[in-house]
Design a protein around this ligand. Sequence first.
Ligand SMILES: [Zn+2]
Length: 487
Amino acid sequence: MRTIIIYIIAAVFCAPAAAAHQYVVRIDAGLETLRVSARFASPVDAVRARHRTAGRFLLEAADCETGLPLERRGRTLTSPQGTTSCIDYVVDLRSAAAAERRNEGLAPDNVVVSPAVWLWQPKTAAQPRVIVRFLPGDGIDVSVPWKAVEAAGHTYEIPPSPRSARAPAAFGRFIHVRAEPSAGTPRIALLRSRGDVDDDAIIGWVRDTAGYVSLAYGRFPNPGAQVVVMPVGRNGWKSDSPVPFGRVVRDGGESIELFVDERRPIEDFYDDWTATHEFSHLMLPFLRSSHRWISEGFAQYYQNVLLARAGRYEVQRAWQKLYEGFERGRKSRPELSPNEASRRGVGAATMKIYWSGALLALMADVELRQRSAGRESLDDVLDRLQRCCLPAAEPWTGPQLFEKLDSFVEEPVFMPLYRQYADKEGFPDVAPLFRRLGIDIEDGRVALRDDAELAPVRDAITRSPAGAGARAFIDRSKAQQAKRSEP
Ligand SMILES: [Zn+2]
């Protein structure tokens, strides 16, 4: 028995080391440089960085065994001996940070620079595991989207994932809320700005918003996700929104970047939908850009539904926003189908892309609820999707997603809707569906009617789940709100 245990322990500790590229990244306390030592699983011909500017910030690079400098051509480094099994290199972190606009509003001891700029990786067909261990200088913390391989400390494994953009890596003295698996909330890095920020209030808002998204199926879609909150500083970004920009990045895990105007009162953040929208994206895998209307549409649908469930929106306001969105979608590029609009890119038909998917989500949700007499909903189907398939390692297509969702229900709902609308120009007529749901439109204003056939379905869509966990969350959220608004 003991021998078996020893074998198991040996297997756990030795096997991964042999099959992984191992990086050690030293970060000095002044955030001037990253000093990186990379030991490869087997000798490699060349290493490469993903971002086109990476070469500009590489101060030196050498083979660790011979000390001979590596030869750089563009974004590729090669060893004079042909292959190399380990390299040491130094990256000018300060200059790399200065080249990114997102760092403008941050305090000098906080920087965000993507691994695409500083992580030089072997160009090999077979990708072994990549383990990165950070050794930060005094008081310096690290936030990356990767999977932590130890409870404390800074060792991570880079999981396989789509590459929708470049992941953020934050270094410095910032507020770091580590994931609480029991609470199901993501890791949060709140970068420090040059001005004053009410840290507790902003962190509270991010966590509450993560809680709103858990009102879909009782938990946050990916507790391993990394949230990076970046104050934009005095210059604003010329936006009226307290969250001028937000996005989800899938690159070695899932990151949500939220750019915030820290000068705005916290109530404004609670009234803004950006963070709810971004978090809602995590309920689906990353879809190829040609099916972007589905990912944007589902997030658009859920941001309104979830803010109503959380009590942030009056129910009527949620339907008003959905109605106005569908109107914008109807008027946007009527000559294009959703697939065609997505292929051309967001700039060409933003409202078409965002709202045709939202209407399809509503149609599917209503159908699921109606035919199951309320026992099944879009929430349940996405719950099953999360359990089986998320976070996904590869990008998905729209039909792949909808076929999977249909596999969770007795009669298909999603592919029939896809076949009907994805390649069809124009915009589905929402009026008959609204009539059945008891949603009347008078002079552009929504009025809810309770004697309609599907009024109970309509109410169920914006009702908070009855589970005790969800209720406790809403009570906590309201109590926190009340506390905050006291003078
Ligand atoms: Zn979006």
